[in-house]
Design a protein around this ligand. Structure first.
Ligand code: PGA
Length: 256
């Protein structure tokens, strides 16, 4: 891994404020000063937990970044239930997940929505973690690379090379999320390499070399090493295994 890896914990809709503070404190208790040098550590709690979790890490001077799981593209206004980029910025979020397959499937998020969110984040100085990934039907049809790379193109439409500074792509095959069925390192590497080739086509070789491409989908302490050792996999976006400090810390340490 020539690039600095990233290990991002996607807590999804788990942890009340009280629970989130406990988990953040447990992660902070394991905090090692070498982490920031060798791996960017990010946690993505629910909106209401963002500020309390950030406060725990700040108090302990633990360099763990805090990211949101979603955002709306308008800066303010009559959008009941939504949260804007300036709101996340004020909390101190460095990153924001966009286009997670659960949002696409359960909440009808389209490629166009994802693109609007990515643009709003970039304009507001928050790095997007853009999620892409195929269903089992697409994989079985043999069109995974085309499908996933089309999602990448759609998400990043209208951006230029400068906008890509800090941007992260997370390859998450839908059939591997929360199922315990991980993509093999070879399967994951092949798609991550195709994503990087697409970034090179869109923005040039330098952007493609610098951009981090993460794998997500049942990553755990038992399979992490074989995945992150792949040349085009720069870390993970992790759900289940990020909900316990002990396993999350093992994932971080696998990137050292
Ligand atoms: P999982 O989730 O690690 O629980 O499979 C990954 C994700 O959805 O980001």
């Amino acid at each position: 891994m020539a690039r600095k890896p990233m290990m991002a914990g996607n807590w999804k809709m788990n942890n009340t404020i009280a629970e989130a503070v406990v988990l953040a404190q447990e992660i902070s208790n394991h905090y090692e000063k070498e982490w920031p040098e060798h791996v960017d550590v990010v946690v993505c709690p629910p909106y209401v937990d963002l500020k309390p979790v950030k406060t725990v890490f700040d108090f302990d001077k633990a360099k763990v970044s805090v990211a949101a799981q979603n955002v709306y593209w308008e800066p303010a206004g009559a959008f009941t239930g939504e949260v804007s980029v300036p709101m996340l910025k004020e909390i101190g979020c460095t990153h924001c997940i966009v286009g997670h397959s659960e949002r696409r499937e359960l909440f009808g998020e389209t490629n166009e929505d994802v693109n609007r969110k990515v643009k709003a984040l970039v304009a507001g100085g928050i790095a997007p973690i853009v999620c892409v990934g195929e269903s089992l039907a697409v994989r079985d049809a043999g069109t995974t690379d085309e499908y996933v790379c089309a999602q990448v193109r759609a998400a990043l439409a209208g951006l230029d090379a400068a906008d890509m500074a800090g941007a992260v792509i997370a390859y998450e095959p839908i059939w591997a999320i929360g199922t315990g069925r991980t993509a093999t390192p070879e399967q994951a590497e092949a798609v991550c390499a195709a994503i990087r080739a697409t970034l090179a086509e869109l923005f040039g070789g330098e952007v493609a070399e610098d951009a981090r491409v993460l794998y997500g989908g049942s990553m755990n302490p038992g399979n992490v090493e074989a995945l992150v050792v792949q040349p085009d996999i720069d870390g993970g976006l992790v759900g289940g295994a990020s909900l316990k400090a002990e396993s999350f810390v093992q994932l971080i340490e696998a990137c050292l």
